[in-house]
Design a binder for this molecule. Structure first.
Ligand code: GLY
Length: 389
């Protein structure tokens, strides 16, 4: 038999970092907020390395997204402090360490030179270094490094600690956490009205936010024209440990494009070294493959030969929520009462503070802040209508 709960102002579907940040910030604005997820605090963040790489992950044609990424990166120090306060003192491992992007051969060097030119055109701070200067900064780098870009503004955070702190902040701020899967969107007349959970419970809400990561396009009951066009993009990631006795290994994030694939090494203060990530369009597959691990280790070893001596402590694969233009979908849909906060693709951790604030503004005032307007889901509805015209 179906049970029905007293309604809330807001229901967030999805308890990854985007859903949790949205719920926490909404509850802080005085909205009665519920969140549904069978395993809150999980999702893509469990696999993510946590680079806040607005400058080093800049791509041609993504200048509007750059503005959003930079704005979110700028919020991180305050966000981390507020979250520590709201979670009862949990530290999310925000580390202002900077990033070094290096080139190993002539092709990589050309690629990096072009990135540098684009960064300068966008008014971003990055400095070209010779191979020798790179190795002076990071002595564990391979002798063959041909040059690099020093980006002192691209930092890191620990996504697992971020997720745990957000969950604690939600609980302490009064968010009702329902540890079940939302099975179907509830629609009353022409309005979203909450969701039905897989145990039959109805969670009614005045406003519903779909923040289900790569699963966001699969919720039953969402009208076809409103379903977000997100797809899973697989990433395999390794975790190694730098033993305390080993001494300094890397002092900042080091990354490169090796034969066309991105590889990055993110060193944490606790000795964890995250090596990522593959990018594979394989649907819902989350198998860790020998080939994926081999490629990551091969490329990371070319960059930093000493990694082969480190214990390999974890291999994992997750699914980034990709969107057609690599940018998130933020804001109201054509179905009144249903909003989206999904499609963050490679930038979920980076965009968490801004997404939480933008969605809370929308939920509390009915208006999305200007900075988020270009990311409205309506940009895809318009494209769909043109396609069918
Ligand atoms: N932003 C890093 C990644 O998606 O692999």
């Amino acid at each position: 038999m179906h049970s029905s709960r007293k309604g809330s102002d807001v229901l967030v579907i999805g308890g990854g970092i985007i859903g949790l940040a949205t719920a926490w910030r909404a509850a802080r604005r005085g909205l009665r907020t519920a969140l549904a997820d069978p395993a809150p605090g999980g999702g893509a963040a469990r696999v993510a390395a946590g680079m806040l790489a607005a400058v080093t992950e800049l791509h041609y044609g993504e200048e509007t997204l750059l503005g959003l990424n930079l704005a979110s990166a700028a919020r991180y120090p305050e966000f981390a402090a507020e979250l520590a306060d709201a979670s009862g003192g949990m530290d999310i491992g925000y580390r202002a360490c900077g990033t070094l992007a290096v080139a190993l051969d002539a092709d990589d060097r050309l690629h990096l030179r072009e990135l540098h030119a684009l960064q300068r055109r966008c008014g971003l701070e990055s400095e070209w270094l010779t191979g020798r200067e790179c190795r002076r900064l990071e002595p564990m780098l391979a002798p063959g490094v041909r040059g690099g870009l020093r980006v002192d503004g691209d930092h890191q955070v620990d996504p697992r600690r971020l997720a745990a702190a957000l969950l604690a902040a939600c609980e302490r701020t009064g968010v009702e956490i329902c540890r079940s899967r939302a099975e179907r969107l509830l629609v009353d007349g022409d309005r979203a009205a909450g969701a039905v959970l897989d145990d039959g419970t109805e969670l009614r809400a005045g406003q519903t936010v779909l923040a289900g990561g790569s699963l966001s396009g699969r919720l039953a009951g969402v009208p076809q024209e409103v379903l977000p066009p997100v797809r899973p993009v697989k990433g395999q990631v390794l975790r190694l440990t730098v033993p305390a006795a080993y001494g300094p290994f890397l002092s900042r994030t080091v990354r490169a494009v090796v034969r066309g694939s991105h590889v990055y090494l993110v060193p944490r203060e606790n000795g964890e070294l995250v090596v990522g990530a593959t990018s594979e369009e394989l649907g819902w597959d989350t198998t860790v493959t020998a080939g994926g691990v081999y490629e990551l280790l091969r490329d990371a070893h070319e960059l930093v030969p000493g990694i082969t001596e480190l214990p390999l402590t974890e291999t994992l694969a997750g699914l980034r929520p990709g969107s057609p233009d690599n940018a998130p979908l933020l804001g109201p849909t054509a179905l009144p009462g249903l909003h989206l906060a999904t499609g963050h693709y490679r930038n979920g951790v980076l965009l968490t503070p801004l997404t939480g604030d933008a969605m809370a503004d929308l939920l509390a005032t009915g208006t999305l802040p200007d900075i988020a307007l270009p990311f409205s889901p309506s940009r895809f509805s318009a494209a769909r209508q043109e396609a069918y015209a």
